[in-house]
Design a protein around this ligand. Sequence first.
Ligand code: ADP
Ligand code: ZN
Length: 436
Amino acid sequence: MNVPVWNPAIEFMEREALERLQLAHLRKTIAWALKTPFYQRRLADVGLTRPDDITSLRDVRNLPYTTKDDLRDAYPDGLLAVDREQVVRLHTSSGTTGMPTVIYHTQRDIDHWTELVARCITATGATRRDVFQNMTNYGLFTGGLGLHYGAERVGMLVIPASSGNTGRQVQLMRNFQTSVVHATPSYLLHLQAVLAGEGIGPDQLGLRKAFIGAEPHSEETRRKIESLLRIEAYNSYGLSEMNGPGVAFECLYKTGLHLWEDAYFLEVINPHTLQPLAEGETGEIVMTTLQRQATPLLRYRTRDLSHLVSGHCACGRSHRRLARLTGRSDDMLIINGVNVFPSQIEDLLMKTPEVGSNYLIQLEKRGSLDRLIVKTEIEARWFTGHRATLDDLRERISELLRSAVLVKPVVELYEPGSLPVSEGKAKRVMDLRPVF
Ligand code: ADP
Ligand code: ZN
């Protein structure tokens, strides 16, 4: 395979040189961090007062962790490390798990972020000849502007469609023969269902690739998107605290997401003991920014779960790969004492051929017991009017889920398009259990 690459000097850099570069960037980051009272205090607590106190990358282990709560406490500018005049933009997180966090950027930060996104786009084989329709929200959410700037840097024709308004999205795709899109996987499945409903097949579109991210999704969901739209879909991982998209992306080989290690120092830890985990062991992703001046973050606990893929990628990039993110550590549901991750449920649903593109997980309390209700759309042809067929399917899905997650759910079947669709991140779990 011919490997397309944006910045060969960095992307193929030997590990030793890459680590030397990381060390230099880390010292610089400590110097920036020491400009904030927050880190002055935190670093003084571990006896670190000068960047030169860092002599090897192993010293990272002595640095304090930074949590989402720290960022919330520091809101709005407790972590700002430069003069306000140097700041050109701010972004916030989506606020999926509470109050949003804010990150500031200098012009240099934006330029660097743009470079990372350009690397990601190029790694998927997309080029300046592509027409790129960005279907994620333009605004405080980083998916819009983040991808936008990177795509322009690559030289693509960018359609800043933003999210929602599916009718207009379809029109733009047809009028401009959009060849690459960026969307959440749940929205892309919705878009596909609308296209199919209007009788527009893949052959009437110029689409060849999609970047999908911002929310957890299974390999089965990716396959479904790829086969229904007849495209290649690449997993994109990012979070506003680490700029946004451009943190880690799949290359043409799709064997994990290369994380740009000249920009982020990566650790995987056990979220309970906080001890580092070995390659292949799943735990919480922790990252230190190595390039961000306005809001440096040391050992930021992302709460996202994944593991490092071992071995080398056939593309030749030296930057290590993260396995598909399975969700957040706080996504875990405890149902009658059993630990269940929503991703396990999605995995199974998407493997079931009758299942459509949307589903919802609901939790209720019945007496002292929890009740798991899985609402799922199924393809229209199953609504034949034969009750027995539907009952049979319902029982089959329920039994499949029980054997995988050890909790037997009540399964409800819905016609395509009848469950609510989110324009941004899908809200799949509704926990209606009373909080004591
Ligand atoms: P919030 O944390 O409020 O959702 P962000 O908009 O910054 O705010 O979203 C970042 C989060 O989205 C990540 O921490 C992660 O949980 C999730 N995410 C982003 N990309 C992916 C992906 N490709 N797979 C799974 N989860 C993802
Ligand atoms: Zn690769």
